[in-house]
Design a protein around this ligand. Structure first.
Ligand code: S3P
Length: 428
């Protein structure tokens, strides 16, 4: 399936459970591999990105058995990984590359991390520089800017580091390196990014303290643990947006991860006038979870969003832009320069593709402004091989007149295998 045809929808009805959380799936595999003894991971996301993480840890000598129901991971402790026989392929996954680099910097052997064409163009100086301050022997292509990364693991020392950008990947890389360092590593971030690493490591007995924007971590062994991965809020967001935009829609989205460092999109759409009913709040493996009842809203209002909100809706930027086309007034999103270095340049991709749907917008170096409300017109859209662009443009297609073709649509498998079938199943 490389291009897909979509038509205007009369609305969405029914119930859906989103795929499991991608960020938590990566971490469950990584931290279980580094713990002492056997861990089980239920509801692991069997999508391309977390499978890259699983394959990397298998190549580092960890036994991971997938019995279809759960993963059984035989952790070998912080120092139990073995030198890989070949380069480690992280595929499209920035989370795999950046987090694993922190582990390998402290593991006493040689390793090389690479990835696909997109990942090899994403910035890696943001992990290379602080890891070197910790004493790591790490180098990257293009004068230490990009991957492949070559790492000769060695003894690390603790540092105090003020992160220039809010990034959970960089933060998690340094927390993991901190598990190998002599002394207490202190990290602070400009705005709060997702905190799945801190929550899971704490539950596994790590020596980690979090105080608002700063984290202290010192070396300590990890206890094996069973983890159940909740549904991914970022995957649910496409369905939330579709239900709001399409007429006569009502869907129940079950088992959605509601970690407050991830749900900035909900806060913003409520400011836009959406009514979302949050039901059955509960906790699953230390993460808040709920069911969301979402209905059409024909009175969406434009909003302005700045840098402080970006980390909590970083992956929802493309779908929020699609939603903005259906809001009264001009929506402006600024402080979003990080979106230029995701799986694609998501500001440019969204601007180019929404223009094809007939949207009037302005692109800025750090964001976009979008004029609503626009009658979207079916078109031929590109995915840029970026899963979130493909899914966002698919939702735009359901609101657009006539036929839309999305080219290179199979990249949805990075985070959401079966996306199009689920969409068809709910659409009337
Ligand atoms: C992720 C963090 C975010 C996010 C990515 C997954 C993670 O990246 O965009 O999809 O799992 O830690 P940054 O932390 O680099 O912004």
């Amino acid at each position: 399936m490389n291009s897909i045809e979509l038509f205007k929808s009369k609305g969405l009805r029914g119930e859906i459970t989103p795929p499991s959380d991608k960020s938590i799936s990566h971490r469950a595999v990584m931290f279980s591999a580094l713990a002492d003894g056997k861990s089980r991971v239920r509801n692991f996301l069997r999508a391309e990105d977390p499978i890259s993480t699983m394959n990397v840890f298998r190549r580092l000598g960890i036994s991971i058995d997938d019995n279809g129901d759960e993963l059984i991971i035989e952790g070998k402790g912080l120092t139990g990984l073995s030198e890989p026989f070949d380069i480690l392929d992280c595929g499209n996954s920035g989370t795999t590359m950046r987090l694993v680099s922190g582990v390998l910097a402290g593991s006493p052997f040689f390793s090389v991390l690479t990835g696909d064409d997109s990942l090899r163009q994403r910035p890696m100086a943001r992990v290379i520089e602080p890891l070197r301050l910790m004493g790591a022997a790490i180098a990257g292509r293009g004068g230490d800017k990009y991957s492949p990364l070559a790492i000769s693991g060695c003894r690390l020392k603790a540092i105090k580091y003020k992160m220039p950008v809010a990034s959970a990947q960089v933060k998690s890389c340094l927390i993991l390196a901190g598990l190998y360092a002599e002394g207490t590593t202190e990290i602070s971030e400009p705005f709060k990014s997702r905190d799945h690493t801190e929550r899971m490591l704490k539950a596994m007995g790590a020596n980690i303290d979090v105080e608002q924007l700063s984290i202290k971590v010192a070396s300590h062994e990890l206890k094996a643990m069973d983890v159940t991965v909740p549904g991914d809020f970022s995957s649910a967001a496409f369905f939330i947006a579709a239900a709001l935009m399409l007429p006569d829609s009502e869907i129940m989205i079950r088992n959605v991860g509601m970690n407050p460092t991830r749900t900035g999109f909900l806060d913003v759409i409520m400011r836009m006038g959406a009514v979302i009913t949050i039901e059955n709040k509960r906790e699953v493996s230390g993460e808040p979870v709920a069911d969301l009842l979402c209905k059409s809203c024909d009175a969406l209002k434009a909003v302005s969003i700045g840098a402080e909100l970006m980390p909590s809706l970083i992956d929802e930027f493309p779908i929020l832009c699609v939603l903005a086309t259906q809001a009264d007034g001009t929506t402006e999103i600024r402080g979003a320069e990080e979106l230029r270095v995701k799986e694609s340049d998501r500001i440019k991709a969204v601007a180019e593709e929404l223009r094809r749907f007939g949207v009037s917008l302005e692109e800025f170096p750090d964001g976009i402004s979008i004029k609503g409300r626009t009658d979207l017109k079916g078109c031929i859209a590109e995915s840029y091989h970026d899963h979130r662009i493909a899914m966002s443009m698919s939702i735009a297609a359901l609101a657009a007149s006539g036929k839309t073709v999305i080219n290179n649509a199979s990249c949805v498998d990075i985070s959401f295998p079966g996306f199009f079938d689920r969409l068809r199943g709910l659409s009337r």
